[in-house]
Design a protein around this ligand. Structure first.
Ligand SMILES: [Zn+2]
Length: 397
């Protein structure tokens, strides 16, 4: 047991396993957790922890599974703060501002791209995120998409080829020719670095038919599909996304009742990204409450990207989900942890059952409810990944 440690005096331990504790979150009060070789080896009452394992008293704080962020666009360079300021001053959002980032990304060195992404991952660790998916999509040419993915693969196993983010400017008059490039030479170069393929199926990006073509080409190359959908207007992509067994369909600010029923009957997770609705001042938030009431699986993500949601902060999204989409705090926390894991089709993260990866975050709060109750307050004390501390404020022994 030389590689074991136990955290004791946890006021609330969220396991996300209802067999281990109370409710959907499987909460154990006055709990302890033991980690052996980076894996959760025991959870239970503090008083019953194995006395031979080295212990750290966490002082009555709460402990949650590390957040699983199933949607990020952190391979980019450049700054779009001016665009944000303009939008807040009344200029409506369109997907066009992306060309500013594309130009900067194409001109950036590998080291510059790596440093931007590393900096954002550090922010994620500071706010409790321990698993992140990373998309390409700011190169929009073969060389830059390929190197974005190659660099992303140094940072995570969850790498997503999003060459079909928008139509590259060079192909503005011929979107189908750009789709030809994406499903041809670009896919060929990018598939070896990627696990997933994604497409932005919306007004100003790709049609449902183009999206289908792109996802089917990726599937044929051994990639698994996920999709951006209905951020800007109601489209017809939900049926197609389900038909192709997309692991998640993300955004969906616009959804019909039929879409919601179809999602509930499918294995496609609704990936809600309320930070984007917040930062683009969308007319409304996605129908999170209706999705859950219908029985759909929901994931929450900050959708970190320089254009429409430049935040890495999952607690902020939990607060938005509770305040604006009427999720309960329990549902929002579950969506930010287990929901993300399901959206990435992972069973080793997002929960703290025996055998799970020891990815978790300690909150400077007696209850996880504070995540939504204290919006904007940096509550994370310490974050562990595979049993190693990856961030700490140094406030526990
Ligand atoms: Zn996105």
């Amino acid at each position: 047991m030389s590689n074991s440690f136990t955290l004791t005096n946890i006021s609330q331990l969220v396991t996300n396993n209802s067999a281990l504790g109370d409710g959907q979150l499987g909460v154990i009060n006055d709990a302890a957790i033991t980690v052996t070789d980076g894996i959760v080896s025991w959870v239970g009452q503090s008083s019953q922890a194995d006395s031979s394992v080295p212990k750290t008293d966490v002082g009555g704080r709460s402990l949650i599974p590390g957040f699983v962020d199933s949607h990020s666009h952190i391979m980019f360079a450049g700054d779009r703060s001016q665009e944000f300021a303009a939008r807040m001053a009344g200029v409506p959002y369109s997907a066009g501002g992306i060309k500013v980032t594309t130009e900067a990304t194409r001109n950036a060195s590998d080291d510059q791209l790596l440093n931007v992404a590393r900096g954002l991952i550090k922010e994620m660790h500071e706010s409790g995120t321990t698993t992140v998916e990373i998309k390409s999509g700011y190169g929009l040419d073969v060389a830059t998409e390929e190197r974005s993915l190659r660099i992303a693969a140094e940072l995570t196993d969850e790498v997503t080829f999003l060459g079909a983010h928008v139509v590259a400017q060079e192909f503005a008059d011929n979107a189908d020719a750009y789709v030809d490039l994406v499903v041809g030479e670009m896919l060929e170069a990018c598939a070896p670095h990627s696990k997933w393929i994604d497409v932005f199926c919306d007004r100003g990006a790709f049609t449902t038919e183009q999206s289908r073509r792109i996802l089917e080409a990726g599937i044929k190359k051994g990639l698994q599909p996920r999709i951006h959908l209905n951020q800007l207007e109601q489209g017809e992509g939900v049926v197609m996304a389900i038909e192709l067994d997309c692991a998640s369909a993300d955004h969906m600010t616009y959804l019909t009742d039929d879409d919601i029923s179809a999602l509930a009957a499918s294995s496609t997770v609704a990936g809600l990204v309320p930070g984007a609705d917040f930062s683009t001042r969308a007319p409304h938030y996605p129908r999170g409450r209706d999705l859950l009431d219908a029985g759909a699986a929901v994931a929450l993500s900050p959708d970190c990207n320089p254009g429409s949601s430049y935040t890495t902060n999952m607690p902020f999204c939990i607060a938005l989900a509770v305040r604006e989409m009427h999720l309960t705090v329990d549902e929002a926390l579950f969506a930010a942890t287990m929901g993300g894991a399901i959206a990435l089709r992972r069973d080793d993260v997002g929960h703290l059952s025996i055998g799970a990866r020891a990815n978790f975050a300690l909150l400077n709060a007696p209850s996880y409810i504070h995540l939504a109750y204290r919006p904007g307050v940096p509550l994370i004390s310490t974050t562990w990944k595979d049993g190693n501390v990856i961030f700490t404020k140094g406030d526990i022994a």
